[in-house]
Design a protein around this ligand. Structure first.
Ligand SMILES: Nc1ncnc2c1ncn2[C@@H]1O[C@H](COP(=O)(O)OP(=O)(O)OP(=O)(O)O)[C@@H](O)[C@H]1O
Length: 255
């Protein structure tokens, strides 16, 4: 078994009278694509938000790369090495694609006139390196030719690619994607799948939530299944496909 990168156990989360997560855990091996699936309302987004510091859990242990991390706030999680994208695209629409990725590297690119004129040489060199790396990432996700295009004018599929490039700009250990294929057509989905395989082949680890089960079965190395806030299965896609509890959960249709 390869090294476990993300090791989470015993997560509970209650919203008022609703127990949204009951003793949920996940173990993700380094260099794998790990999928999180389950019927509507199963708790996938809640678990994802807990992992990435958006929701505070009532309990749980969290380790990344063998070290405990605190999911107390999104910036703490980012510092620990987890980058995420959102179900609803969150880009800086008025900025160029390149600038969006540069922001991902937490750099002040918008200096005042004096800053621009009198900028220190070291700062200029640093900015050039960041710009070059941002362009590389745009090339990597396949939208290098649109570097100067205002983000809001990119196609939907390309905006999703841009989000991924921005997340990669933080050099994360784990890339967490919340429904990256939502709203994509079949061609865009195929391209997304190729991109995620490429990201994994670079040695990155990916966690993703996705409703398109067929896409997940063909893409993921392992899959965790939630239903009513509990883990009902974990395994290889071929095992998950045959798992009776999973089949029942999906066929139940009561969600
Ligand atoms: N902020 C919140 N406040 C109250 N209840 C919430 C909140 N977020 C989620 N829930 C509830 O927790 C349960 C799990 O929801 P969650 O969105 O995590 O499921 P999901 O598996 O991501 O569903 P979907 O596939 O529809 O996105 C649902 O019953 C939902 O109504």
């Amino acid at each position: 078994m390869s090294e476990i990168l993300l090791d989470i156990a015993g997560v509970n989360k209650r919203f008022g009278g609703l127990q949204a997560l009951t003793d949920v855990g996940i173990r993700i091996a380094r260099g794998q694509i790990h999928g999180l699936i389950g019927p509507n309302g199963a708790g996938k987004t809640t678990f994802f938000n807990v992992i990435t510091g958006l929701y505070q859990p009532d309990s749980g242990t969290f380790r990344l790369g063998g070290k405990p991390y605190s999911p107390s706030a999104p910036h703490e999680v980012a510092k620990a090495g987890i980058a995420r994208t959102f179900q609803n695209i969150r880009l800086f629409g008025e900025m160029s694609a390149l600038e969006n990725v540069m922001v991902g590297r937490h750099v002040r690119t918008r200096q005042g006139v004096f800053g621009a004129i009198f900028r220190h040489k070291a700062a200029r060199i640093e900015e050039a390196a960041i710009r070059a790396r941002a362009q590389e990432l745009l090339d990597f996700v396949g939208i290098g030719q649109y570097a100067q295009r205002t983000a809001k004018y990119l196609s939907y599929g390309d905006q999703r690619r841009l989000e991924i490039a921005r997340a990669l700009a933080t050099e994360p250990q784990l890339l967490a994607l919340d429904e990256p294929a939502a709203g994509m057509n079949a061609t865009e989905k195929l391209a997304l799948r190729e991109l995620l395989v490429k990201i994994r082949n670079e040695g990155k680890t990916v966690l993703l939530i996705e409703h398109d089960v067929k896409l997940m079965m063909g893409l993921c190395d392992r899959i965790t299944v939630l239903e009513y806030g509990k883990q009902i299965a974990e395994g290889l896609p071929s095992e998950i496909q045959k798992n009776e509890a999973v089949i029942k959960a999906y066929l139940g249709g009561a969600h």
